[in-house]
Design a protein around this ligand. Sequence first.
Ligand code: SF4
Length: 97
Amino acid sequence: MAWEVTRSCNLNCVHCRASSEKGSYEGELDRAKAMEILDQIALAGRPIVILSGGEPLLRPDIFDLARHGTGLGLRMVMATNGTSLHPASPGDKGIGH
Ligand code: SF4
């Protein structure tokens, strides 16, 4: 299942189906509610959960959500626009660590 965890994005593509724009949005699910939704998904089944957006890496809690889902036995993946990714350097433990 694809879950648009945020409408915020650092880009503003004219073709965006999520109507994403820069900035934060009122009414976006907070961390507690998002965790609760993952709990409910895990009760219903074990789908692959695609964290999408917007740009999911703009959510400060995105790796908490991914970790929580993994702990529930869900296969968590992310659909990022890639603009925050960079080649690993020696000693780099990756984004968000
Ligand atoms: S979510 Fe994707 S399509 Fe939409 S503005 Fe961001 S990069 Fe573009």
